[in-house]
Design a protein around this ligand. Sequence first.
Ligand code: NI
Length: 199
Amino acid sequence: MALTFDDGPGKFTDELLTILKQKNVQATFYVLGKNVVGNEDTMQKIHADGHEIGSHSWDHTSFLKLSASGIRSQIEKTDLAIKNTTGVTPTSFRPPYGAFNASVTKNANKSIIMWSVDSFDWKNRNVEKNISTTMKQVHDGAIILYHDIHKPSVDTIAPLIDRIRAEGYEFLTVRDLYAKYYNGNSLLPEQVCYSMKRC
Ligand code: NI
């Protein structure tokens, strides 16, 4: 499975990184360009710890309302912020609200990474609720959605990792999970993935 974290980096991201390191789990972070500003040290730490970094747009605007040039501008500005802090340009994009169409896919020019397990952590704001919501949905090749901007979400991750591991699953970044499922291949631009079985 792949654990993914949206909308950061934020004030709880460093704490999350410590937990992931203790548990020896590599995750994928879909960051907002505007949150990279002021969180440069956290961005470098995410990268140095071996996590994957994807784009989640500059400011979480719905891409359905944007023109082609508006889409490209959001993508380019965010790419630059990520590149300037980590040295790496993201190859994957998670559209804000999961909202995309053919123009978004084409103009973002990255793989589009959705999710197959929705924790509803933004709504639950409760560790036990997050765990039960997530455990009901877990499956082989899952992409699990969390948000590292909520404290209860971060508090959920250590016990959640233990619960999921107890069922025999392991955690990889989206990129590595894809490579494991698909003979070492890489995700391609414009490819849309919900899970490894819907990719
Ligand atoms: Ni988001």
